[in-house]
Design a protein around this ligand. Structure first.
Ligand code: ZN
Length: 152
């Protein structure tokens, strides 16, 4: 990848580039339960996130934005693991992701839960880019905090 990330594992680079070039779940929701904008001023990254809750489940999610490849790939990767989860599970995933990015050992169980987002693990060796990877996860928490989910 560009931007001095040449040390990242090749397979992980491919995952990130694929999500950067072909981001998933970018279609805007007609009637989002919550939406937020998040910016990372250190890098100029922008994320716009919409979520649609059904009861306590994230039934739909959309992420668009602009900025560096890490921030945009992270947003796309996030949508894949958060879609269909409960709000509680989504918050747990954010904690696991943050722990991974701040240097915690990643157990097999955590690796399973983070799925392809594991590809961002190598970014923690580039401290200035960690905020890029965390941006969309912060947006998710903001979006969840804006709504009091109704029970189905
Ligand atoms: Zn960035």
């Amino acid at each position: 990848m560009q931007q001095g990330l040449g040390d990242l594992d090749e397979l992980y680079q491919e995952v990130l580039l694929d999500h950067y070039r072909n981001p998933r779940n970018t279609e805007r929701l007609d009637d989002p339960t919550s939406e937020v904008d998040a910016i990372n001023p250190f890098c100029g990254d922008e994320i716009h996130m919409q979520i649609g809750l059904y009861g306590d489940t994230v039934a739909s999610i959309s992420v668009t934005g602009q900025g560096c490849s890490i921030s945009q790939a992270a947003g796309s990767l996030l949508t894949e693991i958060v879609d269909g989860r409960t709000t509680t599970e989504a918050r747990e995933l954010r904690e696991l992701f943050r722990e991974m990015m701040t240097g915690e050992e990643v157990s097999d169980e955590v690796a399973d839960r983070l799925e392809d987002s594991l590809a961002l693990q190598g970014v923690r060796r580039f401290p200035v880019r960690i905020k890029c990877a965390l941006l969309s996860w912060s947006a998710l928490i903001d979006a969840l905090d804006k709504v009091a989910p109704t029970k189905p």
